[in-house]
Design a protein around this ligand. Structure first.
Ligand code: COA
Length: 328
């Protein structure tokens, strides 16, 4: 088994106070709690207040993590932020976080890989440390998806939620850390899950507000099928690269989009559901933030303890998909 170059040092997370139930959607859209629970497993999601920005949530997750590790913001030399719902398009969300966190010594940049962004971010951090370009990297994923979803579209509005999660990546000194990782993409399928308007090809105008093309559009069934296939592929590759089999894995933390996708992924990987961490019922799909929020919960509730082997797997817009085996 490969000796890890980097470890994930501690966790932190933040989710908004306001929990929105499926019943609230059924009052404004043609949907029901029963439909949403049966098709997605989601019961409620957290919704940020209008003045609660992506940067605020990222800061809260980062500060909790830094406090737990006894670090100051000035100890960070790099901030990598994964998001697809930034507060503004320029500059990066990471630079806004760097400013409000007061991380004066840190380089800062975003990773744009949608729901796979946290795993992409961890891999980039591993590379920077291996190349001796950085020592203490904050990898944070933060999403305010409720600001880019179409509240009138029942096929997408019921799926998403807000929140942030974070970890520190540093050189491994004790055999703990990333054992293997795998990243892929297929941009030919981009238009199955995307935001058509608001960028250079369709700059903001009145038509854009009318046709809602500023918001997330998704071909749900096609995305579902691609997610199941891609996450299965990713689990196989990460295990193979780590020289491990399913029985070696103590906990699977998948991207939390839909319980049916999670169950299909676990089944393919040969892992029973009692080895799978699921919180999509309480948070919905928080895109890049879903894995670090689940990771933090798993650590805080004692489900994940040192010595365990962990498998992460994610899939998202792009399409992008990735996986990682970690010695915790
Ligand atoms: N409430 C009630 N009915 C709904 C609905 C809702 N919230 N959303 C869609 N429907 C309807 C559709 O309009 C359709 O009606 P029709 O048959 O009259 O046309 C019917 O349900 C079936 O739609 P379909 O999209 O085929 O349903 P599905 O079983 O595939 O479930 C999703 C829809 C979105 C839950 C599912 O496709 C999914 O989870 N896809 C992946 C989404 C995802 O994870 N995206 C992010 C990836 S990171």
């Amino acid at each position: 088994m490969k000796r890890p170059i980097v470890e994930l040092w501690g966790t932190g997370c933040y989710t908004p106070q306001r929990a929105m139930t499926n019943e609230e959607f059924s009052k404004r859209l043609d949907t029901s709690d029963q439909w949403i629970v049966e098709r997605t497993g989601i019961r409620e999601r957290r919704v940020a207040e209008p003045n609660e920005s992506n940067a605020c949530m990222a800061k809260a997750a980062a500060e909790q993590l830094l406090r737990r590790n006894g670090l100051a913001p000035s100890d960070l030399d790099t901030i990598i932020l994964a998001t697809c719902s930034p507060d503004r398009l320029l500059p990066s969300q990471a630079c806004d976080l760097q400013a409000i966190l007061g991380a004066k010594s840190a380089a800062a940049f975003d990773v744009g890989a949608a729901c796979t962004g946290f795993l992409y971010g961890l891999s980039v951090a591993e590379g920077l440390i291996a190349a001796e370009q950085a020592k203490t990297i904050l990898v944070v994923a933060s999403e305010k998806l409720t600001s880019i979803m179409d509240w009138t579209d029942r096929a997408t509005a019921v799926l998403f939620g807000d929140g942030a999660g974070a970890t520190i990546v540093r050189r491994s000194t004790n055999g703990r850390g990333i054992l293997a990782s795998y990243m892929r993409s297929d941009g030919t399928l981009a238009e199955l899950l995307y935001r058509p308007g608001g960028g250079g090809t369709h700059p903001p105008d009145e038509a854009l507000l009318k046709d809602h093309s500023y918001y997330i559009k998704m071909a749900g069934r096609e995305v579902f099928k691609a997610a199941v296939l891609s996450m299965a592929d990713a689990c196989d590759h990460a295990l193979e690269r780590a020289g491990l089999v399913a029985a070696d894995i103590d906990l699977l933390i998948p991207h939390q989009a839909n319980t049916r996708i999670i169950e299909a992924t676990a089944k393919h990987a040969g892992l029973p559901m009692d080895k799978v961490y699921v919180n999509v019922d309480r948070f919905g799909n928080t895109s890049a933030a879903s894995i670090p929020i689940a990771l933090d919960e798993a650590v805080q509730c004692g489900r994940l303890v040192p010595g365990m082997k962990l498998l992460f797997v994610a899939f998202g817009a792009g399409f992008t998909w990735a996986s990682m085996v970690v010695q915790w």
